[in-house]
Design a protein around this ligand. Structure first.
Ligand SMILES: [Mn+2]
Length: 347
């Protein structure tokens, strides 16, 4: 079904009744569906990202539709599903439970010695498994209808279900991960599906992921470094320190971008943790780290990926914080628009 845009004015003010970016599409006539996942059960530092899908939706009304790189892409239609209230409630309850558990282990106590805490941990892990299955089912349903799918978190753990659904739908692919952290921790804090374990779990469970390229990494532990070394180049990490040093010594971002792209398979999934950006752009994200990218550096890299003939098969955008003045959400909405355009510009 094709949307009738004859009465829609792309230069006018956004109508709040409309959907994401003020666009008048429905789930039926949009070619890209954004699934919001209001989930941050395993966050260990600053909270709030579970509320960001609704806030990004509001902020998205201020994003201008004209993008010189993708002038008419939006006409293929984007629709963001409403936030699932049951998932949000489950998140709120389990997040509190997890807080109790983390306080317990952070005080140096062993979980095995406390039956109550064993039960709490089990409940949190089961809740995260439920969320992964929920995302997987949602994504699978949309992919079966021929829709393109993007995810909007929540914390970074939300990506698992979509990556799994895509692996069954498109076969082999590579992941381009934008992040300050590797997210390669096994059972981080005893939590099987922690935001700090998302890429470990993906690599472990999903064989169709042939390559993981990590960009912007500047905070990681020794076990994660070992995981990268043991991966036989299935994981290639561009640490921020080395990447910046290469540029200080005169290498261009263009040349480094080409090098990154050459290692990507034909099909590419983008996993965009917003903390990969400079924290001035995401001050309320869960675990901000100094350093990071400008938005334009990544947009340039994405443009080159498209020019290389590779196909962007899906994305997640996670870890956008909640701010009083709406700044984090403003940036989040603009990153989201870029990611949507990347996918919509392709067949
Ligand atoms: Mn992450």
């Amino acid at each position: 079904m094709i949307a009738d845009l004859s009465r829609f004015d792309p230069n006018g003010v956004s109508i709040a009744n409309n959907n994401v970016f003020g666009l008048p599409f429905t789930e039926e006539n949009a070619s890209l569906i954004i699934i919001p996942v209001p989930w941050e059960v395993t966050v260990s530092f600053k909270s709030g990202t579970a509320r960001s899908p609704d806030n990004i939706l509001k902020a998205s009304l201020q994003v201008d539709l004209y993008d010189s790189q993708f002038q008419n892409s939006w006409k293929k239609g984007v629709y963001m599903q409403p936030v699932d209230k049951k998932i949000l409630l489950k998140n709120d309850y389990l997040r509190k439970e997890n807080e109790l558990y983390l306080n317990f282990i952070n005080s140096g106590d062993k979980v095995e010695t406390n039956k109550f805490m064993c039960k709490t941990l089990k409940e949190v892990n089961e809740g995260c498994t439920f969320m992964n299955e929920w995302v997987y089912e949602q994504a699978k349903t949309q992919l079966a209808k021929g829709k393109k799918v993007g995810l909007l978190g929540g914390d970074h753990s939300v990506a698992y279900g979509l990556i799994k659904a895509l692996s069954e739908h498109v076969g082999d692919f590579g992941i381009l991960q934008i992040d300050a952290h590797c997210d390669l921790r096994k059972d981080f804090e005893g939590l099987h599906y922690s935001h700090g374990s998302i890429m470990y779990n993906v690599l472990n469970d999903i064989q169709q992921v042939k390559k993981l390229i990590q960009l912007g990494i500047r905070d990681y532990c020794e076990a994660e470094w070992q995981c990268i070394c043991d991966s036989e180049y299935r994981v290639v990490t561009y640490f921020e320190k080395e990447m910046k040093e290469r540029q200080f010594e005169g290498q261009t971002w263009s040349a480094i971008s080409d090098e990154i792209i050459n290692q990507l398979p034909q099909q590419v999934y983008i996993s965009y943790d917003i903390d990969g950006l400079d924290p001035k752009l995401c001050p309320h994200t869960g675990t901000p780290v100094p350093g990071g990218f400008e938005m334009e550096q990544l947009s340039y890299l994405f443009k080159k990926i498209l020019n290389s003939g590779r196909k962007i098969i899906g994305f997640d955008l996670s870890e956008t914080g909640v701010s009083k003045d709406g700044w984090d959400e403003n940036v989040g909405a603009r990153v989201l628009f870029k990611l949507c355009n990347l996918m919509l510009s392709q067949n």
